[in-house]
Design a protein around this ligand. Structure first.
Ligand code: G1P
Length: 280
């Protein structure tokens, strides 16, 4: 299965940090956000990745490309540890790129992938959210998709007062963590939300989604929403994700995610704890 990673947005909620660099390239502790996303795709068994970019996103391509000069300098200086790290990034996967010409929303961005996926089902990973779990979030979806052969999305519980930040689903539990999705609404107010189950940012979609997107009028924020297009699908399943999600939507979520990853680093964890204690 192919992976499609939309990464064309302007990152407005993270300005000015995103003024001259893509949001997806902001580091979460030691790596750019998009590096974690590509790793999740690879760990889910995917090796064909399409990143949907836009103007001012060239550093994403440079990041996954070979850096001859850097490698040469690191080799010359005998900095083998760094050299290995840098080479590993280049070897991660073969990545293709397509640009979304006009920023008309997530649904419109997905349309740019139509030629590349060529009628086959595909997995979407939003380029600004990182998931952490034993079985990768997308792998869980792919396994369910392989059983039902219908579009399947990841959902998770969010606090009721946060529904206005997500696509929210109306669903019926089938068994365990599997749900049948009856309807979806993009970013409803708490009073209008059908539940507190939110779209996580990982989707397996069948190619009929492209027709549905073409039939979708601009919705929330005047943008063509993938959520609205999915509500037109004949059948849609949800898998409740119980791992961690880092949705880097604003500066505090960005900071919290960096702290979380730093806490996993044996080299600096105690240092960080000592530093945080100084604020208490
Ligand atoms: C997008 C989707 C939304 C989903 C969210 C998850 O919103 O439109 O349905 O719940 O990602 O991160 P965005 O955060 O890009 O505005």
């Amino acid at each position: 299965m192919k992976a499609v990673i939309p990464a064309a947005g302007l990152g407005t909620r993270l300005l000015p940090a995103t003024k001259a660099q893509p949001k997806e390239m902001l580091p979460v502790y030691s790596k750019p956000i998009i590096h974690y996303v590509v790793e999740e795709a690879i760990n889910s068994g995917i090796d064909d990745i399409l990143i949907i970019t836009g103007r001012n996103k060239r550093s994403i391509e440079d990041y996954f490309d070979k850096s001859y000069e850097l490698e040469f300098m690191l080799q010359k200086a005998g900095k083998d540890r760094y050299l290995k790290q840098v080479r590993k990034i280049t070897d991660l996967a073969d990545i293709c790129y397509v640009r979304q010409k006009n920023l008309k929303g997530l649904g419109d961005a997905i349309l740019s992938a139509e030629r590349h996926v060529d009628g086959e089902p595909f997995t979407v990973f939003l380029g600004d959210s990182i998931t952490q779990s034993e079985v990768p979030c997308a792998k869980e979806l792919i396994d369910v998709f392989n059983k039902y052969k219908k579009s399947t999305i990841s959902i998770r519980e969010v606090p009721k007062d946060k529904t206005c930040s997500y696509g929210i689903v109306d669903s019926t539990n089938i068994k365990g963590n599997l749900y049948k999705i009856n309807d979806l609404v993009e970013k409803p107010k708490a009073s209008q939300a059908p539940s507190n189950l939110a779209i996580t940012g990982r989707y397996v979609l069948t190619a009929d989604i492209f027709d549905k997107i073409n039939q979708t009028e601009p919705g929330f924020n005047g943008e063509v929403q993938l959520t609205d297009a999915m509500s037109k699908l004949d059948e849609l399943y949800g898998v409740k994700f119980t791992g961690k999600v880092f949705n880097i939507e604003n500066r505090i979520e960005w900071l919290k995610s960096s702290i979380d990853f730093a806490m996993d680093d044996d080299e600096f964890r105690d240092d960080l704890i000592g530093y945080m204690k100084s604020f208490l």
